[in-house]
Design a protein around this ligand. Structure first.
Ligand code: ASP
Length: 403
């Protein structure tokens, strides 16, 4: 029998509650986290030039920082960082090799903002073109529009000289096949609906869950997924992963720009755009204030206009840390603090103020134990720092066994 996403969420909710993860003193934790002496990556005094990015940008910071320091444009520097994961077939969250939509087609989203000229560009749902961050810049530079989507965006990219190529790697195709065969789906009420779990069957007991995992292992083996990749693939089927890269760059003159690029939520409906191509949600830069970007649950971030909210918070005097935490609390407010659902939301914000102070904040510590969310930073020294989280714990307990 098919094992749907909603079956699984139901199972995992019970597991989470049994672990006592509901109900936290958020105010007390936030006070603690606002105290720089207790912080891993509290907003630091400004240093320029500086580049910040999601953790998967770490390997590409040296080159971009040298470029920026030598007078390179801030947006061009940020694009150098995100192009790395876009080109990397082994990063299955961005560009080439990204996990596909429910029909097995990779669809990419991206946007950018250039602070010095106060311009923006965006593309959504683009197929067959790997470097959509550069297509977003091309839309900004070579059209009178801000946002292009779907087939029109692809045709524009080809006209601009971007090559069409197959973005689906064997690795991603096999995980998609596993998802298809063991079957989850996005149809029906989502997490934010009052009916989100009303149509769920009773959650399976631990033994039933184990049987389902065994069946998935068999299907994975038949598909040709390597044994050591099997449980990783099963997790990706059961917890459709998000994954993206954001980067903001600030030069010595105080010019600032930002970009975000992604293959979006795995197994999404064709045509689904998340927050990454939405100016103000996945990325927002204001030359007078600073820049912010997001990775994580796009639907949630769109509803709080996360990146714009953060920049506006800083405009009104908040530190990067407080500005990011406030946006996270708006997501919590949208769920009335319901930990049974917040449990399945991931959100990370990367925040850079015009004075060079920065912060990385997240709803949870990470996706899974031992793998904290990270912000990568280069201000002369390249480093990766843990984000500060609003809630302790991870958003994907594994295995999600019943008590
Ligand atoms: N925010 C992206 C989206 O929802 C995914 C991610 O950041 O992981 O499409």
């Amino acid at each position: 029998m098919a094992f749907s996403r909603r079956d699984f969420l139901s199972t995992a909710v019970v597991g989470a509650v049994s672990l006592g993860l509901e109900g936290r003193d958020l105010e007390a934790e936030d006070r603690k986290k606002s105290d720089p002496s207790t912080s891993d990556s509290a907003a630091v005094a400004g240093k320029r030039p500086i580049i910040i990015s999601a953790g998967n940008g770490f390997d590409y910071l040296d080159d971009a920082f040298a470029f920026l320091k030598n007078g390179g444009d801030t947006l061009d520097a940020a694009l150098r960082v995100v192009k790395g994961p876009e080109d990397d077939p082994n990063d299955d969250s961005v560009g080439l090799g990204g996990l596909p939509n429910e029909e097995g087609v990779v669809e990419l989203d991206s946007c950018c903002m250039h602070g010095p000229t106060r311009r923006a560009g965006s593309v959504g749902g683009v197929r067959n073109i790997k470097n959509v961050s550069l297509v977003a810049r091309a839309a900004m530079e070579h059209t009178g529009h801000v946002m292009l989507v779907g087939e029109g965006a692809e045709r524009f990219a080809v006209a601009q000289g971007f090559p069409r190529e197959n973005l689906l790697t064997e690795h991603s195709r096999k995980i998609w096949l596993l998802w298809k065969e063991t079957h989850s789906d996005w149809w029906g009420p989502g997490l934010s609906s009052p009916n989100w779990n009303k149509r769920l069957p009773a959650p399976p007991h631990a033994e039933e869950f184990e049987r389902r995992i065994e069946r998935m292992k068999q299907v994975a083996s038949d598909i040709g997924i390597e044994p050591e990749q099997c449980m990783i693939a099963i997790r990706k089927v059961l917890f459709p992963p998000t994954g993206t890269i954001h980067c903001s760059a600030l030069n010595e003159k105080g010019e600032i720009s930002g970009t975000t690029t992604t293959s979006g939520l795995a197994w999404k409906l064709p045509g689904r755009c998340g927050d990454s191509p939405v100016i103000g949600a996945g990325c927002y830069t204001d030359q007078d204030v600073g820049s912010a970007g997001a990775t994580g649950s796009g639907e949630e971030n769109i509803k709080v206009a996360g990146a714009h909210t953060i920049v506006e918070n800083m405009r009104h005097g908040m530190s990067p840390l407080d500005a990011g935490m406030d946006a996270l609390k708006r997501i919590v407010r949208n769920y009335n603090g319901d930990m049974n659902r917040l449990r399945f939301i991931d959100m990370v914000y990367y925040v850079l103020r015009k004075d060079g102070s920065y912060a990385g904040v997240s709803l949870w510590d990470g996706y899974e134990p031992g793998k904290p969310h990270q912000i990568a930073v280069h201000d002369g020294t390249r480093r990766a720092e843990k984000t500060l989280s609003l809630f302790s714990g991870v958003s994907q307990e594994w295995p999600p066994l019943l008590p």
